[in-house]
Design a protein around this ligand. Sequence first.
Ligand code: GAR
Length: 200
Amino acid sequence: MSRSVKKIRVGILISGRGSNMTALIEACARPEYPASVALVISNKPDAAGLEVARQAGCPTLAIDHRPFGKDRAAHEHVIDAALREAGVQVVCLAGYMRLLTPFLTQAWSGRMLNIHPSLLPDFPGLHTHERAIEAGKRQHGCTIHLVTEEMDEGPVLAQASVNVLPGDTPDDLAARVLKEEHRLYPEALDTFIRTHFPES
Ligand code: GAR
């Protein structure tokens, strides 16, 4: 018999197609999984992932960054207020492509996870697959880490590796890594919650 779990409320931030978000939503739908999706926020109103989340029955919000111009922290204050209003306890960045200010990273310190498509500390930033191929790496992969003030630098929670094969294009490699991302993120969030919220 499966034990009943008290689900931790997770907020997911996206900017695009949201395939990692989908992997998290699917995991959260399992009765024994210790999290539920309380809110999905996109900084891009036309992000494909928003519609996917709506179809899955998740509350969604588009909080467009453009009206805030260069004031990133003002945009983040609105995001933070929405997360708190929704009772979010843990935030998962899932392809959220905005640099964060210290306001949001401090507000969610120790409670905000990110997925990055490289074996950090290798290749922080963009174009990770192309850079791994150019560097002649034989292994590449993805990382789940806690978010700190420095981009792609927080403590690593989990990593998954794939082989870089001769003749791989960046798209080939991205597809191989993405498959691992979809497995790793739900697994790492599960472990994170069971460790940090033992009552769940
Ligand atoms: C994923 O590969 C994720 O690791 C990456 O963006 C993609 C989003 O895809 N994130 C970053 O590069 C963050 N620095 P998705 O919207 O289908 O999950």
